[in-house]
Design a protein around this ligand. Structure first.
Ligand SMILES: [Zn+2]
Length: 434
């Protein structure tokens, strides 16, 4: 890979409270940032990309996504018998090919929309693992994307994802064995679902119903840690967080109110909370005629939204890392919508754009254990750079259309995504009030 200098940009220094550094040259050599210097010095030996007038920030970290879907609302993921049909389909040879194509396309969309690091948080039959391996070999349109994947999630019978993207176990020994199996199949991380979720809960308040016991969670975490893997847990209630924090979970996904003890336990092991506003907000806010959700799911989405904001507030109060993800593939969560998550976090959560940008970059890198290699623009880190037309703190929507994306040193000069017009129209309408 060649040497390139992104010349005369205004760099957003994420590590220094989003401070703007006008007149900056960012030098990349292969997949790394070789140097960052004030404009005006020598650029000999480097191909020059004139970034005059552009803002440079670190690539986005989508810390929670699923790659098997498009996010276009359909009846499929909202539950019911159609989910089982999808599962039958993906078990056929043709279905496997189609699934792989979907995952590949999702990775390209994510990358072209500015996501340079992504954590796949539950797949069908190891599909993410196969595509990750292709990308690591530099194959396909998503080369440069740093992809960490969990393979299938794990839960107890009747838990979130049972029958679709999750495998189930009952005894602690079974959970340890499932973790070992996922790790042997190539999972980078272990995903467990401790509580229920919005799409599968049948009663009001049930998204947070605890489905895995403390013993099961502990067994999964101990095995994962012994194998050098971090554990991410789907959790949507206070009770669920208590179990997660006490039993060894590293990242709490979605979240709910978190006690001081739980926060301290998470902090002590370098853990994080991962907010995912993108699906919950439209479920809650859009009319049921559009979402096709029943009132139980609408009610539960409200519970989840409130819990998420409470969790992030608790995390900030106790110094726990905060990251974010889109939960892409859920209805209304597209593979090019990380910019919406940033704005939801800033406005809906009320945390503001500076905190949102940090959580979407450094926070994500810390949550994934990658803070030493990505998350900020610093010499020696991966060359993961977004070039934007405007300052995202002042004009957040500039994030929706990066001028260029650099991922692991690979320049995507004209990043393009295929947007679903109808979904975008609905989501834009929702954002008008921000
Ligand atoms: Zn998820």
């Amino acid at each position: 890979m060649k040497k390139t200098v992104y010349k005369n940009c205004t760099m957003i220094d994420i590590a220094a409270d989003g401070c703007l550094r006008a007149g900056t040259d960012i030098f990349t050599d292969g997949d790394r940032i070789a140097d960052i210097r004030p404009t005006g010095g020598s650029t000999d030996g480097y191909e020059v990309y004139d970034a005059t007038g552009l803002f440079a920030m670190p690539g986005l970290v989508n810390a929670h996504a699923h790659l098997f879907g498009t996010g276009t609302p359909s009846k499929v993921i909202s539950g019911g018998g159609s989910q089982k049909l999808v599962l039958k389909l993906v078990a056929t040879p043709l279905g496997k090919v189609v699934l792989k194509m979907l995952v590949r396309s999702a990775c390209i969309q994510e990358l072209n929309s500015g996501v340079t690091t992504l954590r796949g948080m539950g797949d069908f039959r190891g599909s993410d693992i196969a595509v990750r391996d292709e990308i690591r070999k530099g194959k396909g349109g998503a080369a440069g994307l740093q992809l960490l994947v969990s393979g299938p999630a794990l839960t107890a019978p009747g838990g979130h994802g049972d029958g679709t993207f999750a495998l189930t176990g009952s005894t602690p020994e079974e959970f340890a064995a499932l973790v070992a199996e996922n790790a042997a199949d190539g999972a980078d991380i272990i995903k467990i679902c401790i509580t229920g979720g919005v799409t599968d809960a049948k009663k009001k308040g049930e998204p947070g119903e605890v489905k895995m016991t403390a013993e099961q969670v502990r067994a999964a975490c101990e095995k994962a840690h012994a194998l050098g893997k971090r554990v991410a847990a789907h959790v949507q209630s206070k009770e669920g967080i208590e179990i997660a924090a006490a039993c060894g979970v590293d990242t709490v996904e979605h979240g709910a109110h978190m006690s001081e003890e739980a926060a301290a336990a998470l902090k002590a092991r370098g853990g994080a909370v991962v907010a995912t506003y993108t699906p919950a907000y439209p479920y809650y806010k859009l009319p049921p005629s559009v979402t096709k959700l029943d009132d139980v799911r609408v009610f539960n989405s409200g519970v989840v939204l409130e819990g998420m904001t409470a969790c992030v507030k608790d995390a900030y109060a106790h110094g726990v890392t905060v990251a974010m993800g889109t939960d892409a593939s859920c209805p209304f969560s597209t593979q090019y919508g990380m910019w919406r998550e940033v704005i939801y976090f800033a406005r809906l959560g009320g945390f503001g754009m500076k905190k949102a940008l940090y959580a979407a970059t450094m926070g994500g890198a810390e949550a994934l254990g990658l803070a030493h290699t990505t998350g900020s623009l610093e010499k020696g880190k991966r060359a993961d750079i977004l070039l934007l037309a405007q300052d995202p703190v002042k004009e957040p929507r500039t994030l929706s259309a990066p001028v260029a994306v650099v991922a692991g040193g690979r320049l995507i000069a004209k990043p393009k995504v295929k947007r679903n017009k109808n979904t975008e129209r609905i989501l834009d309408g929702l954002m008008e009030e921000f």
